[in-house]
Design a protein around this ligand. Structure first.
Ligand SMILES: Nc1ncnc2c1ncn2[C@@H]1O[C@H](COP(=O)(O)OP(=O)(O)OP(=O)(O)O)[C@@H](O)[C@H]1O
Length: 449
């Protein structure tokens, strides 16, 4: 590969630092964190020997081996920690161990939320804002982990960023009550009930399929999905006093993807009835004031501004894509510890009724005023459905677009082969049986083995 100009594998960088794959012992002082970036080819195993260490707020058990692959994260030491590690791509002279400068703010925020939980049956509903890679998701994950650490709370994590896959494939907005410990080894936070029996308690997400990669490709459709999710959440909170009291932690898309006049933000705040908001990163006072004013009708107190989380890393597109790919892979094939066996079914062209969301960035000729949320019918041919991830809706196969968009999701399938000659399609489904006789929605995400 190296001989070919322009073909630089992203994993090469990590591999240039040669490790010996031997067991090493490492002591990290209280308040410091070990920033780690591992590729798929050179997994890292870690075993805590003594002290309290955590990953995004979830404590690591002592004398248990954890394996990390294709993951960028930090191990934060709440106490002095001794651990052993082994990796063929890390060298003990090049480990990045630095003081964590923002943990104190996260603790303060957590205790403020705890206060809201203990003083009312209606817990906090906090909006987490910030620029790209400022640590929004890391903060949400830490706050969820802290909330369940000592009390039997079940905070609702709401993911409004369709590019990231948390308990769902990418392209979705989702909400999941965090009912038990999260899987520290998983960038997708853990496994959902679709995985069957899992090592840790599986979670049950509410998922809405947006289907496109970027919210600006079809904002009206994105907000249709956000509104549907918000309405499901309102029902859930009404009927589940524990989740209501534990509160919602709402993770958003980067601020630059939302409207400059903050009307998108106002819409989200209204839909999720937020009563607190935090913004990560360094901003001009005037900018913070404008957001604060917009949100003042919802949040009694001011918007809380915290620095970019210590340890947050600027991610490149290749890594983002690899996380999306692993989430799709995990949905169908499971993980190394929970292996799943999806079923391949053969379907005739005429037995498929597929729709796709309108993409206004890709197709500038589309008239955006003409019901942008309406789905367009898909003509089955290899060029558009080969290797595509498709959402299976509950709407019967011949339903009109308006019904399909409103219908809940049954699950996802993956087109693995399209035979133009025989007019047949091979589709991977997570459960045995035929492809359900339901309307399908083609997403922009593709997965090839
Ligand atoms: N201690 C840490 N705190 C926060 N982020 C960390 C830490 N250590 C590593 N990271 C990594 O930094 C990257 C960016 O963090 P994160 O995904 O939370 O940002 P974000 O603001 O949610 O990004 P996006 O705007 O893409 O949604 C992630 O890969 C995350 O795993």
């Amino acid at each position: 590969m190296e001989a070919l100009p322009g073909l630089n594998d992203s994993t090469q960088l990590a591999n240039t630092i040669e490790g010996d794959n031997e067991l090493h012992e490492l002591s990290i002082a209280q308040g410091f964190e070990w920033k780690i970036e591992v590729s798929n080819d050179a997994p890292l195993t870690v075993e805590v020997k003594s002290g309290i260490a955590e990953i995004f707020g979830t404590e690591l058990a002592t004398d248990k081996e954890y394996v990390f692959k294709n993951y960028k994260f930090s191990i934060y030491c709440v106490e002095d920690v001794v651990l052993s590690w082994r990796c063929s791509a890390l060298n003990e002279n090049n480990l990045s161990i630095t003081a964590n400068t923002t943990a104190k703010y996260v603790y303060n925020l957590h205790f403020a939320l705890e206060k809201m939980r203990s003083s009312s049956f209606d817990g906090p509903r906090i909006l987490v804002l910030g620029s790209q890679d400022s640590g929004k998701t890391a903060l949400c994950r830490t706050l969820c982990s802290y909330a369940i650490k000592f009390k039997a709370y079940q905070p609702l994590y709401v993911n409004l960023n369709p590019t990231q896959a948390v308990f769902s494939p990418p392209g979705c907005v989702a909400a999941v009550p965090i009912s038990a410990i999260l899987d520290v080894q998983c960038s997708t936070w853990g496994q959902s009930m679709t995985s069957g029996a899992t090592q840790l308690h599986s979670k049950q997400p509410i998922v809405k399929n947006f289907g496109l990669e970027n919210i600006s490709e079809n904002k009206p459709l994105y907000f249709e999905m956000v509104d549907q999710l918000a309405s499901n959440i309102t029902d859930r909170l009404r009927n589940d006093s524990l989740v209501r009291r534990s509160g919602s932690i709402i993770d958003t898309s980067p601020l630059n993807e939302l409207d400059e006049d903050f009307s998108d933000l106002e819409h989200i705040a209204k839909q999720f009835k937020i009563n607190a908001a935090v913004i990560l990163g360094e901003y001009q006072q005037d900018f913070l004031q404008r957001i604060s004013q917009k949100l003042s009708q919802f949040i009694g107190v001011h918007l809380v501004n915290l620095p970019t989380l210590s340890g947050a890393i600027k991610l490149d597109d290749i890594y983002r894509r690899s996380l999306q790919r692993s989430a799709i892979r995990e949905y169908f094939y499971g993980t190394d510890t929970t292996v799943l066996s999806p079923y391949a079914v053969g379907v005739d062209y005429q037995d498929i009724a597929a729709w796709k969301p309108k993409n206004f960035l890709e197709n500038q000729d589309l008239d955006s005023d003409l019901s942008p949320t309406e789905l367009s019918p898909v003509e089955i041919d290899p060029s558009n459905i080969q290797h595509a991830l498709v959402a299976i809706s509950y709407a019967p196969k011949r339903s009109p677009s308006a019904d399909v968009i409103k219908a809940p999701l049954l699950g996802f399938a993956l087109v693995t082969e399209v035979n133009e000659k025989r007019r047949k399609v091979r589709i991977l489904v997570p459960v045995p049986g035929n492809l359900p006789s339901k309307a399908l929605i083609l997403t922009s995400y593709k997965y090839l083995e």
